[in-house]
Design a protein around this ligand. Sequence first.
Ligand SMILES: [Zn+2]
Ligand SMILES: [Zn+2]
Length: 250
Amino acid sequence: MGDRPILASFYRLKRFSLNLLDFFLPRLCLFCGAAVAESAAVAVCADCEGGIEWVESPVCPCCGLIFPMREGEDRLCGTCRTEPPPFARARAAAVYEGPAAKAVTRFKFGRQMAYLPVMQHWLQGQRCAELVTDADLIVPVPLHPKRLRHRGFNQALLLAGAFPEAKVSLEALARVRHTPPQVGLNPKERRDNVHQAFAVPRPEEVKGKNVLLVDDLYTTGATVRECARVLRRAGAKRVEVLTVARVKHE
Ligand SMILES: [Zn+2]
Ligand SMILES: [Zn+2]
């Protein structure tokens, strides 16, 4: 009881010194190094923020494809019409270009953790957060234990930390086959590469649930399609997909 006032003054002092540090060390933009306005939510300057292409209509309401012609309403793309994917919706915050592409690659391959809160902030945007509201369970796309040991972290799991209120399960889906990276493979090779790479160890965990898969990047969708397929087969009611960025196909 008696040491509380001392503790309180210690915390006050600590807060004061942190504010002081902020004062002398202004936040710098992670992309260009310019000073960032104090009101900015994350360390991204207005110019770099302006260089981000957000995913906006018209898109395919199912797979999230960004139509190259920027006119008209959201509409099903040809592929989703003829061959609907095993997931109901896929959404991404930004187009995989400029600062968004830098953030994804510097975080994943360069292990630059400073980009994590920035990408989490993008995921918290209204278009993306809507999918979280509708989900019973968030499942980060798992890495094979071998890849996890090499990288040291699962980027999808860390990104899912953007939603501390949501139920996140890394055990709901397992990567049972170690596959080479998808980078440099064509769509057919990507599909073959991830075929039967995932399993649901305890189907009762996903049965009847609305599952939201989270990953950093949607390229052709081969990985999340395969994840969604096994989740649905294990009894998941609906699977949706949320990624930070998405490749734009011209
Ligand atoms: Zn900048
Ligand atoms: Zn589509």
